[in-house]
Design a protein around this ligand. Structure first.
Ligand SMILES: *Cc1c(COP(=O)(O)O)cnc(C)c1O
Length: 396
């Protein structure tokens, strides 16, 4: 059958036949997008509060982003890391200048950015302190990726069951419960690093308590363990700061990011602070695609526009949503930060998502929550319309 004649149902059948069944997809065949609006193959339009899971930071086909990508495509699309390229170097400089970190390793995804963070932390600890300093502590309900090592880092047992043995050397502690557990684990097996998300995204949009974050940071300083902050979801303006850790006055040793960084092209970055800046040497790590010039040009377009004004807008839009949902019928609570919000609804989240979808609004879920992560520059008017739909659906 000619592709353009196929119905949505037929596309879904083909997907089921040929694509590994790892995704519970929403029943929409996405065809195009503009700003915060996604259009399916039947021409139905949706206000998108999911933004490709917080990836399309400035919406679909943002004109400046698109120009940066096309300009780079007119030059060269890939070189491998055998050669220097300008966008990659310029982006690394910008990331370091805006964070105070010292060096960057580029990859293609969040999981890879975390793999690099883990390798850097392990190597630092083993070289500096001894071969027994291998344990990486993460938090219960965390999410760090799908590779076997980042799964081991992910503090949710149900992800682990069928993939044993995972990479050894990981343990998870209860978030927001002080540092006693850290002390106890450190006594048994010396700790190389502690890895946290300031807001646990996949875990249910759960912000850590500021006191806990600062206590973990102080504990890492005291023991010379690396503090690794996973900013894959919370980074690049999502929480109203460039990186979420900047909300707490802490200085991580390693920061990983991806999702929104390149506005919809695959790019991961692992930023290394002063303590570990030279820990990765020649031959220690690599990536064929990492630092791809098109992806880096895209990221430069995004990062250079995440300024005070944009971040103020994120905070304002966040306040607008929080006010809209406060005391709304059928909405029990709102969690999160900036434009990463979780709604605890009386109805099951999947029901809210389906009803919103019918009325032209796309949301995400995270555990039992309805998760919102729209484009950082979503127009106020679209946000207001989408919030009305969510409120109406939750109130029914
Ligand atoms: C999405 C996510 C990852 C994994 O990113 P991928 O690009 O899917 O590999 C890791 N950590 C956090 C916090 C995430 O939200």
């Amino acid at each position: 059958m000619e592709e353009k004649m196929m119905t949505a149902e037929q596309w879904k059948e083909l997907d089921k036949q040929y694509i590994a069944g790892t995704y519970a997809r929403f029943p929409i065949i996405a065809e195009k997008g503009e700003g915060a609006v996604l259009t399916d193959i039947d021409g139905k339009q949706y206000i998108d509060l999911g933004a490709g899971i917080g990836v399309t930071a400035f919406g679909y086909l943002d004109p400046e982003w698109k120009k940066a990508v096309l300009d780079q495509l007119d030059k060269i699309q890939h070189t491998s890391n055998l050669y220097y390229t300008q966008p990659c170097i310029t982006l690394a400089k910008m990331l370091c200048e805006r964070t105070g970190m010292s060096k960057v390793f580029f990859s293609n995804s969040g999981a890879e950015a975390n793999e690099c963070a883990i390798k850097a932390a392990r190597k630092y600890a083993v070289q500096k302190k001894g071969a027994e300093y291998t344990t990486i502590i993460t938090l219960k309900e965390s999410f760090h990726g799908r590779t076997l090592t980042t799964l081991a880092a992910t503090g949710q047992d149900h992800y682990h069951e069928l993939y044993q043995p995972l990479t050894p050397g990981f343990a998870s502690i209860t978030p927001n419960a002080g540092t006693d557990e850290l002390d106890a684990l450190h006594e048994k097996t010396p700790v190389a690093a502690v890895m946290i998300e300031c807001v646990q995204g996949e875990g249910g949009v759960l912000p850590l308590e500021p006191d806990f974050i600062r206590a973990v940071s102080a504990w890492c300083k005291k023991t010379d363990a690396c503090l690794v902050v996973d900013e894959v979801q919370t980074g690049n303006g999502r929480t109203g700061k460039l990186y979420a850790y900047m909300n707490y006055g802490i200085e991580p040793d390693i920061v990983s990011t991806a999702k929104g960084l390149a506005g919809g092209l695959p790019l991961g970055a692992t930023m290394l602070g002063e303590k570990v800046e030279n820990v990765l040497g020649f031959g220690d790590h690599g990536s064929t695609f990492g630092g791809n010039p098109v992806c880096c040009a895209a990221a430069l377009s995004i990062l250079s526009r995440i300024d005070g004004e944009l971040l103020d807008g994120v905070k304002r839009k966040s306040d607008f949503l929080r006010t809209a949902f406060r005391n709304a019928k059928g909405i029990e609570s709102v969690s999160g930060m900036g434009l990463l919000l979780g709604l605890k609804t009386e109805k099951p989240a999947f029901e809210v998502l389906a009803a919103c979808r019918d009325r032209g609004v796309l949301c995400l879920s995270a555990k039992d929550k309805v998760r919102l992560a729209p484009a950082l520059n979503i127009p106020d008017e679209l946000l207001a319309r989408a919030a009305d739909v969510i409120k109406a659906v939750c109130a029914e």
